[in-house]
Design a protein around this ligand. Sequence first.
Ligand SMILES: *[C@@H]1O[C@H](CO)[C@@H](O)[C@H](O)[C@H]1NC(C)=O
Ligand SMILES: *[C@@H]1O[C@H](CO)[C@@H](O)[C@H](O)[C@H]1NC(C)=O
Ligand SMILES: *[C@@H]1O[C@H](CO)[C@@H](O)[C@H](O)[C@H]1NC(C)=O
Ligand SMILES: *[C@@H]1O[C@H](CO)[C@@H](O)[C@H](O)[C@H]1NC(C)=O
Ligand SMILES: *[C@@H]1O[C@H](CO)[C@@H](O)[C@H](O)[C@H]1NC(C)=O
Ligand SMILES: *[C@@H]1O[C@H](CO)[C@@H](O)[C@H](O)[C@H]1NC(C)=O
Ligand SMILES: *[C@@H]1O[C@H](CO)[C@@H](O)[C@H](O)[C@H]1NC(C)=O
Ligand SMILES: *[C@@H]1O[C@H](CO)[C@@H](O)[C@H](O)[C@H]1NC(C)=O
Length: 866
Amino acid sequence: MNLGLIPLIVYLYFFSNSLVDTVAQPAFVGPPPLALNCGSKDGGSDANNRKWESDAKYLVAADKSVSSTALTQEASLSSDVPYMTARIFNGETSYKFNVNSTSRYIIRLHFYPSNYPDYNISNSYFVVTIGAITLLRNFSAFITAEALSQAYLIREYSLAAFNSDSITLTFKPGVDKSFAFVNGIELITEPELFDDQAGLVGVADTAGTIDGVSSNMQNMFRLNVGGQFIPPTNDSGGLMRSWYDDTPYMFGAGTISHVGNITIDYKDLPEATAPADVYRTARSQGPDPNINKQSNVTWVFQVDANFTYLVRFHFCEYHLDKINQRVFEIKLNNETAFNTADIIAWTGGKGIPTRKDYAVYIGNKPGIDAELWVTMHTNIDLKPEFYDILLNGLEVFKLSDSQSNLAGRNPVPSKMMQKQLIENRAAHDPNRKSRKQVIVGGAVGGAATVGVAAAVLFMIRKRRRRVSGSDPGATSWLPVYGNSASKSTTSGKSHGSSSLSTDAVCNCRYFSLMEIKRATNNFDESKVVGVGGFGKVYKGVVDGNIMVAVKRSNPSSEQGVNEFVTEIEMLSKLRHRHLVSLIGFCEEGNEMVLVYDYMGKGTLREHLYKGNKITLSWKQRLDILIGAAKGLHYLHTGAKYTIIHRDVKTTNILCDDKWVAKVSDFGLSKTGPNMTQNHVSTVVKGSFGYLDPEYFRRQQLTEKSDVYSFGVVLFEVLCARPALNPSLPKEQVSLADYALQSARKGTLEEMVDPQLKGKIKPEAFKKFTDCSLKCLSDHGLERPSMGDVLWTLESVHRIETKAEETRNSPKSPSSSIGMVEVPIDNTDMIAMHLNTLNLDNDDDDDYDDPEDDAAIFSQIINPKGR
Ligand SMILES: *[C@@H]1O[C@H](CO)[C@@H](O)[C@H](O)[C@H]1NC(C)=O
Ligand SMILES: *[C@@H]1O[C@H](CO)[C@@H](O)[C@H](O)[C@H]1NC(C)=O
Ligand SMILES: *[C@@H]1O[C@H](CO)[C@@H](O)[C@H](O)[C@H]1NC(C)=O
Ligand SMILES: *[C@@H]1O[C@H](CO)[C@@H](O)[C@H](O)[C@H]1NC(C)=O
Ligand SMILES: *[C@@H]1O[C@H](CO)[C@@H](O)[C@H](O)[C@H]1NC(C)=O
Ligand SMILES: *[C@@H]1O[C@H](CO)[C@@H](O)[C@H](O)[C@H]1NC(C)=O
Ligand SMILES: *[C@@H]1O[C@H](CO)[C@@H](O)[C@H](O)[C@H]1NC(C)=O
Ligand SMILES: *[C@@H]1O[C@H](CO)[C@@H](O)[C@H](O)[C@H]1NC(C)=O
């Protein structure tokens, strides 16, 4: 990789569309696509302002169906339409659609498995067929959504021409009290996108190829590799597909995402193949050819066994323009699909997209979840100019089997997950408790769990008494999710018997107990690097030389199951340079173990005060804050749904050996709503000193609660003092209160860490404190977004850097919000996976110890001091 790449690497979060133009082919025009809002009287518009019509006129025997409205609206529902209304079928019922007999069609089914009046969703099992093709069989939308932890499901099929002018879509409920339902149906003409023969990988040459044109398939995954989520309304060809971020599927290895400043010229490729945004963004390995030669880039997908999968690769070179500059191998499930992939050889130039299809059969391996591995590796034999790979988009389609069946089995959520789901549901039940009780329960329960939550991986805690009536001696290595106001601690949990399903839930690795024991020398006491109420954390080594942190539950613990599950679910889906990586987990017998990257420098907090080993310079502090802000910004905006961390504080910001900051501890995280709704109601959780006062008052969690907590972190870093310090005079106990008061009095400068005095440029100081104070605003609306905070921190950093640079060279770096260029040595985009995690064993007398509850409570009960 040469330095010519630098201007092309663009910081993705600020990716601006305006940089590029598209040379558009005339768009494909088919008959008007159908979008049915099932069960509604007159349709409606969704959050993207797309129109949906009523399904009534397409129904063939309407007497066996009823329209209904969901009883609850989940916060993570992206849009009311089409999800809040449903068509419910008590007997076999069909829709009839007129179609063009020679066209391919995309059919998309939307399911929102909520409860509907008089129907218990857990009884719903059904079959869906279209013509002779079985789309779903014994399908439980409820079980599937729970196992995938999604509020709603979309099933998308691409079907070969029907050879008939009309087609019936049939819903058939299972036996007993079962019923079928559907919330939305889309039927869209698809131009012929599968006219290539796809080579079948891993079988003798004679076994041949897959013919796409006559294939019926289900889209399983559709990824904008190296790019962002692309909503249906931004898809090309009017096909209304969603393109997702690929990072949740990435397995190990360092990679870089790129946004190419290029014009996409589709040439002969139908524009409907993929939108230009897919071809503009890409992922490659990184600047070091030696690392690239030894590693590969892998994506792993959970799939249904006993099907053939067609894997479509989208390529578009954005930078190089000669043959043999970048040549790589493509493997599917470790078998070579193509070993001399050279994009320029295929397309003839940069900015010209292409796609390649390969197919692979995935059989049944008893006891192992079926997985599809997509691996790319630079071709060393051909000695290309750059040892690297490139991928822009990836789609995975399941092909129907010999019985024209596309249905897989329902995923199996483990008992552990089921338990959590039941508790979550109970916690969200509005009838369960009056609001006031929830507040009280939340505050009290919060006090009990807060310290444990704080502990997470790295902090050593004293045993603390629990307020919630459980055995005061009982310890838990993870706090119980939803515990605070519920009685779950007394319900006699047992978790040892179940095995957490890795099915689609978890993209991370499963470790056997044997492996874990080997890694930690059979939980050798000398390997303990942290102990807490939650159990012990061990330093370990896996795969010969990879350092890991092994978090082990106390085997006698009856709690923590839910955080265990939440943490796995959250972290296995998230991969980001500034988030701590979960490598895997083990659940066997009574043991629950999580395996993380080992972080060499430990927590941010331990470098700020409390016997800090090294005093961090102002610039170092800024770097760490910028990293943490990026991690949080990613949580808030990078994934499809907003994820609210809920426990942002200096002990949850860790640094690896190279001082790269990473946000950790997702045990309390909440998948939040999209833009359409703006809060989640929930029991108050978090750590005192960092808690958003508005969240306390209203129990409405928004991402701005994280911004508040981060504001406290900003002051903690600036002032090098804890968020709560009960030993100080009353008005100074809470850092947030103290900062706000000082700002009013104009005495902020007095708070600054003496070690930083005179080292901060006045302009930078003003920017930094203005932003930090805004974060502490009483109302979420007045607080900046994490993106704004990040931008401010980066500009503060630039002010400080410029001050240094102008002494050396007079060039003035200019940057705008729209686009930030990342120099290559800023390894920002390189998701180096195997960093390390230090678990420091200093016995930390916490500011949030139960002894301090009095001070803490005064802060809660009297929030007006803020
Ligand atoms: C059906 O689709 C084909 C292309 O797939 C098109 O040529 C033809 O005109 C269409 N027929 C009708 C009746 O729309
Ligand atoms: C729905 O059915 C399930 C299992 O059949 C049962 O456990 C649950 O309590 C029912 N829910 C309601 C609200 O009746
Ligand atoms: C979708 O397209 C609109 C209009 O072209 C653009 O403003 C918006 O940023 C796009 N959204 C995404 C997520 O690409
Ligand atoms: C993008 O490319 C165009 C033309 O090649 C050039 O004028 C423009 O400065 C480039 N923009 C960036 C941000 O590099
Ligand atoms: C990918 O790289 C890893 C580490 O170098 C190696 O162990 C593995 O076998 C490679 N996988 C494939 C499919 O090449
Ligand atoms: C796959 O096929 C085998 C053999 O026919 C069968 O035993 C197995 O249960 C099937 N697996 C799935 C997930 O359908
Ligand atoms: C591919 O190979 C790796 C090790 O090289 C192994 O861990 C993985 O399970 C293999 N994947 C499949 C699908 O066989
Ligand atoms: C239907 O699905 C449920 C839940 O996955 C399963 O327990 C049951 O055995 C399935 N029934 C059939 C007939 O496959």
